[in-house]
Design a protein around this ligand. Sequence first.
Ligand SMILES: Cc1ncc(COP(=O)(O)O)c(C=O)c1O
Length: 426
Amino acid sequence: MNDAMKSAAPVLNSTSKINLVKARGSLVWDDHGKEYIDCTAQAWSNNLGANDPRVVEAAIAQLRDMTHIRPNFGSAAHTRLVSKLREVSPASLNQMGFALHGSLAGEMAMKLAFKNRPGAQNLLVLQDGYHGRSLATLGASWPHPNNPFLAIQPRFTRVPHPNPYRTRMGMDPEAESQLCLGLLEETILKGVDGGVAAIMMEPIQGNGGHIEFPRSYYKGVREICNRLGVLLIFDEVQTGFGRMGTMFAADYYDVVPDIIVFGKGVGGGFPLAGIFADDKLKWFDEGEEALTFGHFPVSLAAGYATVEAIVADGLCEKARLSGEYITARLLDMQKRHPLIGDVRCPGLMASIELVKDRTTKEPACRESQEVYRLGLERGVLFGESRYAGLGNLIKVKPPLDIERPLLERALDVLDEVIGIIEEQRA
Ligand SMILES: Cc1ncc(COP(=O)(O)O)c(C=O)c1O
């Protein structure tokens, strides 16, 4: 960074816009030449590090051949990606459809569920879930404060879910899991008018506070869905393609849903999303699901190269091992830093919740924003969460192949800045 650039460098706070000009692997650079370790993987999407040459070359080759086709035509890029994805999708989930955004893939899943449950009137979602920003997925997400679109978005029935860190009335997490399963069943049977087509849930609620449920909850939801003829949709837009140390959260929890929604990490930095659906489900008839750029060949080619690289580079295993390292480091920090209330980390879906007081668990939002700001100053981009104005979560979700020295450096910075904030508080 030259002197002219230095003097022009802005003072960063959490709302500053940083203009990024270059990205490689787990690093990004801004227009002042400043380098950052990217613990956000750009909205948790660069599971394979940024600008992987294999993905870039595959996209360029596709660009030269054909950029766009209407989705009712076939293409080599589509055929190749479908067969590659069938190698990694859970066993019975072999049907698939594509879109360019996770939100639209979520809507595709909703539509397929209703097509397969004709006459059903309801879709259930979880209270702190997040499924996107299209009108339907906004409606399926946690209630957004000051939402100007409320009048025109569809309404869904939200059901309570367990939250092991903040259980109801201080219950034991396992007891709360059973309570929530009971409430889910009651809602299906008595809480809604008309049948329920599906329940849609993120296996770990990313945007809604990184909430992982007790294992019994996943199995229990599957069992209730089986028994009552309700379809189970996992929104794996964040958890899919290796982030949890397994290809999908469905593998991690050993629970196979009827439909998986995927996005983000599958495209290697290109817009790509879609669904896997169980073989037993009736697929769409022609025209029911037709997005002009739904089969954008460049994204499909990039997706093929990305999935191939995730497998060839053993990124699930790398994410698992890095996740173990992060967990150990964060737990150690928790012993020394009272600000850290909770540590949550399957794989590289890692986060800490900052609290003012470990007994009351009052969210430490201002302190979290300080972590973000001080991290930026030191060249580390941490993920933050502004969910429902709470915003006391710091996320560490870099590309799955982040080199250990970079990860060490990012965690050293986290340790340092939390220490500084605690000193200031004292
Ligand atoms: C779990 C989940 N589902 C769906 C979406 C929406 O994806 P997109 O922003 O690509 O529409 C997101 C985005 O953050 C997400 O985290």
